[in-house]
Design a protein around this ligand. Structure first.
Ligand code: FE
Ligand code: FE
Ligand code: ZN
Length: 286
């Protein structure tokens, strides 16, 4: 059974997200830890988080993914922006320990003219300040499209960040299908080759989650605009190929497609059905 879900609104709390996930046939989900455009986080509600843990255990929900705000940029030239990144990461990672053993994903950052190398050093510096030996949360670097001065458009850049992190066992990667397509990794025609490259440079054991999105833009466009599954330049079949790839079995697959809940429910249903057909050809035929 696929561990698949989508991005959900966190405005009703954790137990609510768990219930919504179950209603739409999801077995994982993603949420923003705070307003994605910045600002203060809601106070921690341990009772709600405990209620979520009980619900998740009873219903077999898999690992979930917290997503940092988009404004989090550890390698901004602006000190205020870097301070926000440190504060948000520190607070969010503390909060995540109420839901032990899950994932916290963030966009590595944009160096805004300072250079890739300088950016990588600043990102790793921040991680070295905020990661703790006893934390149970794994921090995931997201593969990026390489738009503007974004860091993380090449696997090598993610590897370089992790190499500089002392507690690198607390680090992993989340692969976004739209971003890697736009970044110039050909998952449509050569998925095996892309995964081999990932394995050679980063190590597949570091891959902890995937964002499943189609892309509005062609291969290598460095754009980053998500499309509904089957309505973009990647297409349904290559996406199903990812969901059923033996090297990716059991990983959480998170949809971030432009959908409301009904649309997500439908995509989850179709993707489960198509993955099942690919795994057991003939089973659903007769
Ligand atoms: Fe993201
Ligand atoms: Fe993503
Ligand atoms: Zn994106």
């Amino acid at each position: 059974m696929l561990t698949i879900g989508c991005h959900l609104s966190s405005s009703g709390g954790y137990e609510k997200m768990g219930k919504v996930a179950l209603e739409i046939g999801a077995t994982t989900f993603q949420f923003f830890t705070r307003n994605p455009r910045g600002g203060a986080a809601k106070a921690v509600d341990p009772a709600d988080m405990m209620a979520y843990r009980k619900l998740a255990e009873e219903n077999g929900l898999g690992k979930i993914v917290a997503h940092a705000p988009y404004t989090l940029n550890p390698c901004s030239p602006d000190e205020k922006v870097r301070n926000f990144a440190r504060l948000a990461l520190t607070e969010d990672l503390a909060k995540m320990e109420y839901l032990p053993g899950n994932y916290y994903n963030f966009h590595p950052g944009s160096h805004v003219g300072q250079g890739v190398e300088a950016g990588i050093v600043m990102i790793a510096d921040l991680l070295n300040q905020v990661l703790k030996k006893d934390q149970t949360t794994l921090v995931l670097l997201e593969t990026m499209a390489g738009k503007g001065s974004e860091i993380g458009g090449r696997f090598e850049e993610l590897r370089d960040i992790m190499d500089r992190v002392e507690l690198s066992e607390k680090m992993g990667v989340c692969l976004d299908t739209c971003h890697v397509n736009d970044g110039g990794y050909d998952i449509v025609h050569n998925l095996d080759g892309v995964l081999e490259e990932f394995d050679r440079i980063i190590g597949l054991s570091r891959l902890k989650a995937l964002h499943i999105n189609d892309s509005l833009n062609p291969f290598g466009a460095k754009k980053d605009r998500h499309a509904k599954i089957g309505e973009g330049q990647i297409g349904l079949e290559p996406i199903v190929g990812i969901l059923t790839h033996p090297s990716l079995e059991g990983l959480p697959f998170i949809l971030e497609t432009p959908n409301e809940l009904e649309g997500y429910q439908e995509e989850i249903r179709i993707l489960r059905r198509e993955a099942e057909k690919t795994r057991n050809p003939g089973l659903l035929e007769g």
